[in-house]
Design a protein around this ligand. Structure first.
Ligand SMILES: Cc1cc2nc3c(=O)[nH]c(=O)nc-3n(C[C@H](O)[C@H](O)[C@H](O)COP(=O)(O)OP(=O)(O)OC[C@H]3O[C@@H](n4cnc5c(N)ncnc54)[C@H](O)[C@@H]3O)c2cc1C
Length: 360
């Protein structure tokens, strides 16, 4: 079936406004968000239109304060590279009420996790972790390499320095680069609402382009990643590859992520997801099932990649026709699988894999 939605479309929610506030700063790349030093302040930023409320901007100093502001109708803003840049480009007006979350220390940082799912170990990525921080993080590069591949190619150095993982996840674009590797790495979104904190698998979080199952007053505080499958003679490798017409400031025409586990020369577990080929980023279970039990060689990989492409629901737009996208989906999925299998077998494919597999 052909979808009629634009994978690059940004969410359009929010009241109409003619002007709006610009958060003074986003997360600082080298040092992370600035810790709060004083009480939160609400600033009336303009009169708005006759129909709209005056614009307000609150710089939250606690998670509870941010959630309360969201419950009262404010939209959170982290790096602002989707929300503010989109408004400036006329994609969607800025909401009349914004809450800055960039100073929330609880949302910062990347570190080990030992409480996931009753004791499983893994990694906790704070919602404010920037793409630059993720791409440079030694544990991400070593064990969740597909995510490093994705974060390393988001936008430009300026986008990566300010754009956050939380903003990428909650913007819910089907063309988001971190989505496919996060799905394949079995990530959980940690949502903090007024009454509870809950963990949601990402394929239950994204419902349509720009659409979330999260309530408007649920703040994403972190993304949790379980440790990749491993053990004696068992190894896992991952990769994310994107077809791009240029190396910076590009939106994925097609993207694919793969996480593959090998044991005794056989594929024992596989995760494959595609980007920009359906209303939301999605795994392709038929392709995954086809790969398990094979030797992960060229014929098996080609067959699985073809199944991944068949699961796509591409659109035609200025970046490519649906026919071209589907054809390229098989190519991109094959390259992601080959890279993941190479890494699982101990081979060194530098981050980002897109540069290696498509040439620089
Ligand atoms: C020039 C340019 C190039 C880009 N290139 C790419 C690219 O190659 N690949 C790609 O995937 N993206 C790209 N983007 C999009 C954007 O940079 C990323 O999606 C980025 O990760 C957004 O993070 P942010 O902190 O700036 O989000 P913001 O703009 O602050 O927020 C985005 C949305 O998420 C919500 N939000 C933010 N944080 C939270 C939270 N913790 N809890 C709940 N809701 C939250 C906001 O309310 C808003 O709706 C590009 C953007 C620009 C301007």
């Amino acid at each position: 079936m052909t979808s009629t939605v634009d994978p690059a479309a940004a969410p359009t929610a929010g009241p109409t406004a003619t002007t709006g506030p610009t958060p003074a700063t986003g997360p600082t790349p080298a040092t992370g968000p600035t810790p709060a030093t004083g009480p939160a302040t609400t600033v009336a930023v303009g009169e708005g239109t006759a129909a709209a409320q005056p614009h307000t901007y609150l710089c939250a100093t606690t998670v509870e304060e941010a959630v309360a502001a969201m419950a009262a109708g404010a939209r959170p803003v982290a790096g602002g590279t989707d929300l503010v840049v989109g408004a400036r480009h006329g994609k969607a007006p800025l909401p009349a009420s914004l809450v800055g979350i960039h100073r929330l220390a609880e949302l910062a940082g990347i570190g080990p996790l030992s409480t996931l799912g009753g004791g499983t170990e893994g990694l906790r990525l704070g919602a404010l972790a920037t793409h630059a921080e993720i791409a440079a993080h030694p544990a991400v590069r070593a064990r969740w390499t597909g995510l490093a591949d994705a974060s390393a190619i988001v936008g430009s150095p300026a986008t990566r320095a300010n754009g956050t993982l939380g903003g990428n996840v909650m913007n819910a674009s089907p063309a988001m680069d971190t989505g496919a590797p996060l799905l394949c790495h079995d990530a959980l979104a940690v949502l903090h609402g007024p009454r509870q904190v809950r963990r949601v698998p990402l394929d239950e979080l994204w419902t349509r382009p720009g659409g979330l199952s999260a309530a408007p007053d649920e703040l994403l505080v972190a993304v949790e990643l379980p440790e990749p499958v491993g053990g004696a003679g068992v190894t896992t490798g991952s990769a994310y590859v994107r077809l791009q017409y240029r190396r910076q400031m590009e939106i994925a025409v097609v993207g694919a992520a793969a996480v593959v586990t090998l044991a005794a020369g056989e594929v024992v577990r596989a995760r494959i997801a595609i980007t920009a080929l359906a209303p939301t980023v999605r795994r392709t279970p038929t392709a995954e099932a086809a790969l398990v039990g094979t030797d992960g060689g060229p014929a098996a990989v080609r067959a699985a990649a073809r199944l991944a492409a068949e699961a796509a629901r591409p659109i035609s737009d200025v970046r490519g026709s649906a026919t071209y996208r589907r054809a390229m989906a098989a190519v991109v999925a094959r390259r992601a699988l080959v890279t993941a299998i190479t890494r699982a077998a101990g081979g060194d494919v530098p981050v980002p894999a897109s540069d290696t597999t498509f040439g620089s």
